[in-house]
Design a protein around this ligand. Structure first.
Ligand code: GLP
Length: 254
């Protein structure tokens, strides 16, 4: 695991975008696992900027998103499909048919989970998975207590997550109670993982994920077992870790 300390959110976004760019340049037909939330917005902006400058080409890139609220369709402004189009896909030359998200409007859970697992397999697995992290250590919508062995599944969101995500909705009542999420098993099969975290409210989650026991109670702690994980986080998100450790410029924890 390599950990890079970012000075601020802009620096974090540039560092993360650089790592994703390297992946696209090294493998123009790569499969990117993508995330939503506030954390990756700056990373997407930076990638769009480099695309506009002619430094990046998404023509052959495929993307598979982590999750989607159950009950929300792509026209709903709160859906993750809408988020991905407005924050990223509409501004680059990725082919719409090469972008995949769970279908929040599919009521048949077993059918949708099977379809999405099939997509992950049919694209040949994920080369680089971008992850944010929830304050309770969740990745995707894999809430604390979720078995590490799960593939795509339908999740009942924890109260903690509903509270945290209410900021994107008019009121807490509007936050869907369920979501489809790629499972930990699928995330762990990605060849490379890039986790980004910003702000002091992520300090406990990051500390427990990196230095705590590997347990479903902290879903991101499983990343300790992956052999190609890069974390880019600002000093606030790393504050608890930095009390006990230093992090070298090469990304090693000491
Ligand atoms: C949501 C998403 C996660 C995301 C997390 C953190 O619950 N399902 O994929 O990582 O929120 O979001 P933020 O980056 O806004 O803090």
């Amino acid at each position: 695991m390599r950990i890079y300390v970012a000075n601020d959110y802009n620096d974090l976004s540039r560092k993360a975008a650089n790592i994703i760019s390297a992946q696209i340049i090294m493998k123009p037909n790569c499969v990117l696992g993508l995330a939503t939330g506030a954390s990756p917005v700056g990373t997407y902006k930076q990638l769009i900027d480099w695309y506009n400058k002619g430094d990046l080409n998404f023509e052959e890139v495929k993307s598979v998103n982590l999750d989607e609220y159950k009950g929300l369709g792509p026209d709903d402004e709160q859906s993750y499909a809408y988020f991905m189009h407005s924050n990223f896909f509409n501004h680059i030359n990725i082919k719409p048919e090469n972008t995949y998200l769970p279908n929040g409007l599919e009521a048949d859970e077993a059918k949708e989970c099977e379809r999405y697992n099939g997509i992950i397999t049919s694209v040949g697995g994920i080369d680089l998975q971008l992850l944010g992290i929830g304050c309770n250590g969740h990745i995707g919508f894999n809430e604390p207590g979720t078995s590490f062995g799960k593939e795509t599944h339908c999740v009942t969101l924890s109260d903690n997550t509903i509270d945290a995500n209410a900021r994107f909705f008019k009121s807490k009542d509007e936050v869907p109670k369920q979501a489809y999420s790629m499972g930990i098993k699928s995330i762990m099969q990605a060849k490379q993982i890039l986790l980004i975290a910003s702000g002091e409210n992520k300090a406990d989650a990051l500390y427990n994920s990196i230095l705590g026991p590997i347990t479903p109670a902290v879903p991101a702690s499983i990343l300790q077992l992956h052999n190609n994980v890069t974390i880019v986080a600002d000093k606030e998100a790393l504050s608890k870790i930095l009390v006990e450790h230093t992090i070298t410029s090469g990304g090693n924890l000491q």
